[in-house]
Design a binder for this molecule. Sequence first.
Ligand SMILES: C[S@@+](CC[C@H](N)C(=O)[O-])C[C@H]1O[C@@H](n2cnc3c(N)ncnc32)[C@H](O)[C@@H]1O
Length: 200
Amino acid sequence: MSDVTVDIELLRSEIEKTYTEVSTEPAKDFIFPTGRSWAEDLGYPQPELSRVPEATVESFAGVANPYSLGRIEESASVLDLGCGAGTDLLIAAQMVGSSGRVVGVDMTKSMLERACSSAAEMGLSNVELHESLIESLPVPDASIDVVISNGVIDLVPDKDAVFDEIDRVLRPGGRLQIADVVIHTEVSEDARDRIDLWTG
Ligand SMILES: C[S@@+](CC[C@H](N)C(=O)[O-])C[C@H]1O[C@@H](n2cnc3c(N)ncnc32)[C@H](O)[C@@H]1O
């Protein structure tokens, strides 16, 4: 259980509002970097990044590059927690090929719509998308080889619930490739209750 007292429903609705904006008004200035030039700066793998449609990459809002930990093997099954508009997901789909599969989960509908239309534009048939919370995954036990995520777990107060779900869905020997925000000092109680600090 989380010891955070923030109003979880309010937090989720503010997060959804922020990331709906990232998907519907991607050219806007956000307090975090977005878009293709940001993914290029992070050293995303090529040519896979160049093949991902603009409709997806313009709404890229990751915090780092999970592929700096290595490529994903052909035929693997991959789960992207908080896939957003699908940049990491559609790169994984190219790496695993048609004998693998990638599953994207996100709670913001307009992000998923971008991921879905880009997967169709790329002619990918190994992509599955779910509108869901990552604290409660619509994914069977022990069915995933690699869990990826980028800039999402930091937004969730109940991190134990997320890691319990990761533990449940990963096959024995499976692995995590996560990019996220880590802080090395204790967060004050005041800061923990500030929704504006959670959503960015
Ligand atoms: C910073 S964006 C990152 C999106 C994507 N990973 C990327 O790199 O572009 C955070 C995403 O996490 C999603 N999200 C935040 N909390 C979530 C939760 N509890 N369950 C599912 N999705 C969540 C948001 O809807 C948003 O699309």
